[in-house]
Design a protein around this ligand. Structure first.
Ligand code: OVM
Length: 400
C-alpha cells in the first residue's frame, strides 16, 4: 500500500479541567508536550496539542482547525451554545473577515494613542497611592482597578453596573471548558451580569465617541447590521477586562517572583515593551482554546478525524523547550516573537494593543515610583477553565 502511513494518536490520562490541574497547569505541561505532537485526552474526549510547532501551525490553518463550531469543548453543531456565538471569535471566513475588518478599524492604534497620556497619568496616580502603604492585595488594588479605570470609558459604557464586567467575563471564559462546578458556580454568581451586558451593548446605552458607538456608526455605513453591531460590542465587553486584569496581575507577579528582572528593568526602562511581552509568554493569562477539525487531517503522522475537538495549550506552547531556551525563566531580554499568548493567525487577539498599552502604563508607573516589588504572602489562584487567573496577590511596594 502506498500513501501516508499514519498511526493512532496516543491516549494521555490527564484532565485539564480538574481543579488540581487548573491550580498549577504548568506542572502538567511537560507530560502534555512529551506525550507526542498530538494526543487524545479520554477524560474530556478530545484531541490535544501542547508543543509550540503544532499549536502555532493549527492556529495558522484556520480552514482545517475551524472556530465556527465553537472554541470551547462544546461543538456548536451538536450543542446549543450558552449564548449567541461571537461574530469574531466563534466565526470563520468569510463572515469573520468582514466583522474583523470592521472591528480592526474601530480598535485602531491611532484612537489609542490619543488616550495614552490620560491612561499613563491614571496609572501613575495609582502607583503613587499604593507605594509605601505596606502589604496589600494587588488584585483589586491594581490589576482590577487600573483596567476598570480606563477600559469601560474607552468603550463608552455608562457608569452604573460596571461591577458586572468581571463576573460576566469569568463565566464566558469558564464556558469554554466542560460544564463543571466552576462554570455552575460562576454562572450562578453572574446571573444579573448577563442581562446587564446584553443591555449595555444597545446603542441607547453607549456614549458618543466610545468604541461601542463607533461599531454602530459602522453599521450606519452598511458595514454590518445593527443586530450584528450589538453582538460585536459584546465582544469588547467579554474579552477586554478579565484578560487584562490577569495580564497585569501576572506581570506584577513575575516581577515579585523574579526581583532581579525588576532591577534589570529599572536599569533599562526601555525594555518595558519586551518585559510585557515576556510576561505574556511566561505567565499565560489565557491558557487554552479549542478548535474543531473541518476534515480528516494528519498531524506529525497521526490521524485526527473530521469533526473532532482539538484543545490547543497556548501556555504550554509558550514554554516548550523545543522552541525556547530555559522556558520557565522570566527573562525580560528574551526574544519573544512567535509566542502564542495572544493566539496566532486570523483570530489573533483584536485587543492586543489595548492590553499592551494597559500593561505598559502600569509598568511605567511602577518604574517611576517603586524600587522593589516584594511578595507579602502566597499568591492564590482563582480557578478558571481558560484563564490562569490570580485571586490574591499580596505584595509590598517600596518607594523609589
Ligand atoms: C468574543 C470573545 C473574544 C475573545 C475572547 C473571548 C470570552 C470572547 O468575541 O466574545 O473570551
Amino acid at each position: 500500500m502506498t500513501g501516508n502511513m499514519t498511526s493512532r494518536v496516543p491516549d494521555l490520562d490527564i484532565d485539564p479541567f480538574d481543579p488540581a490541574f487548573l491550580e498549577d497547569p504548568f506542572a502538567a505541561h511537560p507530560r502534555l508536550r512529551d506525550a507526542g505532537a498530538v494526543m487524545f485526552l479520554p477524560a474530556i474526549g478530545c484531541f490535544a496539542m501542547a508543543r509550540h510547532a503544532q499549536v502555532q501551525d493549527a492556529l495558522k490553518d484556520f480552514a482545517t482547525f475551524v472556530s465556527g463550531r465553537g472554541v470551547g469543548l462544546a461543538d456548536f453543531l451538536k450543542e446549543t451554545p450558552w449564548r449567541p456565538p461571537s461574530l469574531l471569535l466563534e466565526a470563520d471566513p468569510p463572515m469573520h473577515d468582514r466583522t474583523r475588518g470592521l472591528m480592526n478599524r474601530v480598535a485602531s492604534l491611532s484612537s489609542l494613542r490619543t488616550v495614552m497620556p490620560e491612561w499613563q497619568a491614571k496609572a501613575d496616580a495609582l502607583a503613587a497611592q499604593l507605594v509605601g502603604r505596606g502589604a496589600f492585595d494587588a488584585v483589586p488594588a491594581l490589576a482590577e482597578a487600573f483596567p476598570l479605570s480606563v477600559f469601560p470609558d474607552l468603550i463608552g459604557l455608562r457608569q452604573d453596573g460596571r461591577e458586572n464586567l468581571i463576573p460576566y467575563a469569568t463565566v464566558a471564559f469558564n464556558a469554554f471548558g466542560p460544564r463543571n462546578a466552576l462554570l455552575a458556580e460562576t454562572m450562578e454568581a453572574a446571573r444579573n451580569a448577563t442581562e446587564w451586558v446584553a443591555q449595555s451593548c444597545r446603542r441607547e446605552m453607549l456614549l458618543d465617541g466610545g468604541w461601542g458607538m463607533k461599531v454602530f456608526e459602522a453599521a450606519d455605513r452598511g458595514e454590518c447590521t445593527h443586530d450584528e453591531a450589538e453582538r460585536l460590542v459584546r465582544s469588547f465587553l467579554t474579552a477586554g477586562v478579565d484578560t487584562t486584569v490577569n495580564g497585569i496581575a501576572t506581570l506584577v507577579h513575575a516581577f515579585a517572583a523574579f526581583p532581579e528582572e525588576w532591577q534589570r528593568l529599572r536599569a533599562a526602562p526601555g525594555l518595558v515593551k519586551k518585559a510585557v511581552e515576556e510576561s505574556l509568554r511566561w505567565g499565560g493569562p489565557v491558557q487554552t482554546f479549542f478548535r474543531t477539525t473541518s476534515r480528516d487531517v494528519a498531524i506529525a503522522g497521526h490521524d485526527i478525524p473530521e469533526g473532532a475537538k482539538v484543545l490547543l495549550f497556548l501556555a504550554a506552547a509558550n514554554r516548550d523547550p523545543r522552541k525556547w531556551t530555559d522556558p520557565d525563566r522570566f527573562d525580560i531580554t528574551r526574544q519573544t516573537s512567535g509566542h502564542v499568548g495572544f493566539g496566532f493567525g486570523i483570530h489573533q487577539c483584536l485587543g492586543q494593543m489595548v492590553a499592551r498599552m494597559e500593561a505598559e502604563a502600569v509598568a511605567n508607573a511602577l518604574l517611576k515610583h517603586v524600587s522593589e516589588i516584594r511578595p507579602a504572602g502566597p499568591l492564590r489562584r482563582r480557578l478558571n477553565n481558560t484563564l490562569h487567573a490570580v485571586g490574591e496577590l499580596p505584595i509590598e511596594l517600596l518607594p523609589a
